[in-house]
Design a protein. Sequence first.
Length: 197
Amino acid sequence: MFTEFEKKMDEIKRYLDLLDTAREELLKLTRDLRRRATSAIAEVHRNSLENAENMLKECFNHLEKIKYYEDDFPEIYYPITRDPIQEFIEAYVFFSIIKNREIAIPEVKVHPSPILTGLADCVGELRRYALEMMREMKVKEANEMINFMEAIYSKLIEFDYPDKIVPLKSKLDMVRLAIERTKSDLLSVMRLINETG
């Protein structure tokens, strides 16, 4: 009487067991991805660009492993991977700007959302870097960082979509504020340099 019902319930349970296992594996991989991306950012700030590049290579390897889960388990893939991939994009773009003085997005097939939000978050790292340049009285380098910040912002404001598609609006407010504050900080440093000769 219950044969078909029990069979169907067994199928559901087997799939959910697979899903649960995949979730645990994916969580571990994405934690590792995020940790390496965060470390790469820290290495760039320390001016250890070779170490940062090695960290980013490890990120690429982790991302390849993570991508295996996209087709089979989409219901867990996007919620779990969005923030770590965003961190990786942020690290890659920041590294590219500091090392090569160009805004470059990695050649990876990922959803557009973490690319855009990662770019927005990169502006915060550029501000930190610019402040360090100001502390060292490197006005030209600090101004160069502001130019990159503005270039990113000017492109991101073209993406006027609902937050359900790309959660960008609140980040753009922070990006604009970061640019304004960094410009103000640079003017103060320039004033100080002129006053002290």
